[in-house]
Design a protein around this ligand. Sequence first.
Ligand SMILES: C[S@@+](CC[C@H](N)C(=O)[O-])C[C@H]1O[C@@H](n2cnc3c(N)ncnc32)[C@H](O)[C@@H]1O
Length: 218
Amino acid sequence: MQRVLEPEYMDTVEEAQSYASMNHSTVNGHFVDRFLALGGGSCRKVIDLGTGPGDIPFLLARQSAIPSILGVDAAETMLQIARPAAVRAGLEGRVTFARADVKALPFAEAAFDGVFSNTILHHIPEPVLFVREAARVLEKGGVLLIRDLYRPVSLDEAKRLVALHAGEAPKDQQQLLLQSLCAALTLTEAVQVAKAAGIGHAKVAMNSDRHYSIEIAR
Ligand SMILES: C[S@@+](CC[C@H](N)C(=O)[O-])C[C@H]1O[C@@H](n2cnc3c(N)ncnc32)[C@H](O)[C@@H]1O
């Protein structure tokens, strides 16, 4: 199946609110467990690329002693949901948010000892630019975790995954998952992207029936 792109940013109020209303707690929990398993718990300064409503930074802050977690997103509508949520969670100051395009980050090389990102790569038409930036801002010896959906071999297989994982969800959310699967990379493409971005030594592997990750452990 060919890659079919979807809009890059989720920047309408409706898109941001609809995404923020979905329950991703199980997959987010697995993501945080994986980041900690890679040695992320000892990081001092971590960045979440394409943070959306900030759910993963909040979860990571609660499960670790990491002093600084910055979430960036290109969509101001997402940040408008994330910032007050940090105050409500009592994490203001420790979890902060800023607007930035992950393809051209306004940070120095090696500015972070932990870099992570969940389910944004499929939004990006030129994923090498994104992964190269993620690698550029990562300190040598730091932890990297980029997880995304993968693109199944056929539309039928994508529909099967939607029925399996979102069969009970509203129709618009099922459609969003289907579009995301069709916009994602195959595992082979993800390996090529990591190499082209200069991190051919990263581990690229499937870690569920619909996710793969690009990882560098401590
Ligand atoms: C599917 S959401 C995932 C949000 C969050 N990572 C999570 O797991 O809940 C994808 C997010 O990536 C953001 N995004 C897409 N392209 C981006 C870019 N080039 N720079 C920054 N953010 C981007 C979108 O605005 C959206 O908030």
